[in-house]
Design a protein around this ligand. Structure first.
Ligand code: GLU
Length: 307
């Protein structure tokens, strides 16, 4: 049942690939092949089901915001983190600077650029990139994750908007440290090279309440995982989060590199890769694959037994 539905979902998702566009505002991302689509599912009872381009590496981009938020909640603490960022959907584009200057000095949530840069600024004095990379490898159950140097340099060269956000936060005394150090760590975290399997691995740890099913080790506290999944549900798919919550009904986080990481409570982690993006910046193939899968297997968080 899982195998058939996954295959049908992947085939469904493929039909949309030509309706989207690969991100090219970070020049290096523009080189991705829009016809790629990979789906990997890892279940809490040890099964892996996968179709398509699951080995293809791509950069995590915004999905790394889940990693930085998790590390910050775990090690810097809830009070400090949420004194710096709010927990509200912004309804604006991921890289928007608007509300930060007009509506609130605190970024709306930790999964948009402003919020993530703020969160990363809390990590920068305590953690090196290598330490967070090592933790990401554990979370994703993938030892092969490395820094994609070309994407990192490409983003570093063209990241003026993110540097503006960091300086604006600094001017408002929200960001306490060095804005450029925060941006550098943020760019590196966005440039971690994962594949659909790694994202399924991370989703699986989240589905399993923070305990790695592979080793039995607790990687994140239950409270951190609950908070992160809630924010993924409300804010994880840019300003398409509301529609995604209605249509798919699962916590998910997308990145402009084409990845989506999602999970089904106590059941499975799901990773998709498809660099062709819709107008909101979400993978068009991955999003449609998840929509099909959720319907076929009744995975929506609010599906009732009586359906
Ligand atoms: N590195 C990207 C940026 O900051 C991440 C954006 C994303 O995936 O949403 O622009």
């Amino acid at each position: 049942m899982l195998e058939e539905s996954a295959k049908a979902a992947w085939e469904y998702g493929r039909q949309f690939l030509m309706d989207g566009k690969v991100a090219d505002y970070i020049p290096e991302l523009g080189k991705a092949n829009p016809v790629y689509l990979g789906l990997c599912i890892k279940t809490t009872d040890g099964k892996t089901v996968e179709y398509g381009d699951v080995e293809q590496r791509f950069t995590m981009q915004s999905i790394s915001k889940v990693v930085s938020l998790s590390v910050a909640l775990q090690h810097v603490g809830f009070d400090k983190v949420f004194s710096k960022v709010m927990m509200e959907p912004s309804g604006d584009a991921f890289n928007s600077i608007l509300k930060l200057d007009t509506a609130s000095s605190r970024p709306y949530n930790p999964l948009i650029n402003a919020g993530a840069i703020e969160v990363v600024s809390l990590l920068a004095p305590q953690f090196s990139f290598e330490q967070i990379l090592d933790f990401t490898k554990e979370l994703c159950m993938d030892d092969e994750i490395t820094l994609n140097e070309s994407v990192y340099h490409s983003e570093e060269r063209t990241g003026d908007r993110n540097r503006s956000i960091a300086y604006l936060l600094k001017s408002k005394d929200v960001l306490e440290g060095d804005p450029l150090a925060a941006c550098d760590l943020y760019f590196r975290l966005c440039s971690m090279n994962v594949n659909a399997r790694s994202l399924a691995g991370m989703g699986l740890v989240l589905a399993n309440g923070g305990v790695s099913p592979a080793t039995g080790e607790r990687l994140l506290s239950a409270q951190v995982v609950r908070t992160v999944k809630t924010l993924m549900f409300t804010c994880g798919m840019y300003d398409g989060s509301g529609e995604f919550a209605v249509e798919v009904g699962l916590p998910a986080k997308s990145g402009v590199g084409g990845g989506i990481m999602s999970c089904v409570e106590n059941q499975m982690g799901i990773g998709t890769y498809g660099p062709s993006l819709d107008e909101k910046g979400n993978s068009i193939g991955g999003g449609n694959t998840l929509k099909y899968l959720s319907r076929a297997l009744h995975l929506h968080m609010f599906d009732s037994e009586n359906d």
